[in-house]
Write a new protein. Structure first.
Length: 300
């Protein structure tokens, strides 16, 4: 293989992304273990993440200043990030970890729809077909898990926001370093959530974390947020937003397994849920195989 071949770099990014997704899979567990409300939880999460990134820039002495116009764009993107996390943890508290994580798998569908529109590229028929199968899986989950309707809706809207900021970040990362993007977007998320809490008067009923929650919040804010967020953005230099979304859908696999181990969520979902989940996850795993087959036929 030639020395300048792009394969090693691509493989490295895939390894980083898979590790990052594994870490994200653990956030659902932490979300259920932490006792404070979803909005307050995310406020603490982004605050800890921003502080840890600030220390990173301070001790590494790496530059992180950007143009005001770009800063504003990243801060606005932070609103999408904050909204995604609030709805994600709300979904967990309104349903279960498995239900929320499977709903989050619809990121693939929403990315397939939004990425061509935002980047003004041709819509991939294969991506739309994959999206249709994911819709079928989601419909089945809705049908059999009616007691979790609010949680499912929150999870799906969370997936929409995640798809949007992933596509935006795939453009940012071509010009800026991942830690810089993470710092300003998470700072933006913190500001927007703070404004929301102030406007709604939620600070009057603000929940301070219990001693048992503090350790979980630190782990969530550092490893599962600042570190994982930087890693997740950095791989977008080599991988498309859709491919990142596709691999990100392994998060339900990791998260559901950990939910069984730590929370015993196995008995809280119906057989219908597993049918829908099987369709969604099968689509995720089979899509790369189908993509390779199509590419081989076109190359002949």
């Amino acid at each position: 293989m030639p020395e300048n071949a792009p394969v090693p770099a691509l493989n490295k990014n895939l390894v980083i992304l898979h590790f990052t997704v594994f870490v994200w899979g653990f956030t659902g567990i932490l979300g259920q273990l932490i006792t404070i409300s979803a909005v307050t939880l995310v406020w603490y999460r982004v605050a800890i993440a921003v502080i840890s990134l600030f220390f990173y820039f301070t001790f590494s002495k790496k530059a992180y200043k950007i143009e005001p116009k770009t800063l504003l764009k990243m801060a606005l993107t932070g609103a999408l990030v904050g909204g995604h996390w609030i709805l994600f943890f709300s979904s967990i508290k309104l349903s279960t970890v498995p239900v929320t994580l499977v709903c989050l798998s619809s990121i693939t569908l929403f990315t397939a729809i939004f990425e061509p529109l935002i980047n003004k590229t041709r819509i991939s028929k294969m991506e739309i077909v994959a999206g249709i199968f994911i819709i079928i899986g989601i419909v089945l989950i809705f049908k059999f898990e009616t007691r979790y309707t609010k949680g499912i809706i929150a999870g799906l809207i969370s997936a929409v926001l995640a798809a949007l900021f992933a596509i935006i970040n795939s453009r940012f990362v071509k010009k800026h370093e991942a830690p810089v993007i993470a710092f300003y977007e998470l700072s933006g998320a913190f500001v927007w959530i703070t404004i929301y809490l102030a406007v709604t008067g939620s600070f009057q009923n603000f929940s301070f974390p219990k001693p048992t929650d503090i350790g979980y919040l630190v782990l969530l804010g550092t490893v599962c947020t600042s570190l994982a967020y930087v890693a997740g953005v950095s791989v977008m230099r080599e991988l498309s937003a859709f491919r990142v979304a596709l691999i990100t859908n392994l998060e339900p696999v990791y998260g559901i397994i950990m939910a069984f181990l730590f929370l015993g969520d196995r008995n809280r979902v119906t057989p219908g849920f597993w049918i829908g989940a099987f369709i969604i996850l099968s689509t995720i795993f089979l899509y790369p195989v189908a993509q390779k087959q199509v590419a081989r036929r076109r190359s002949k």
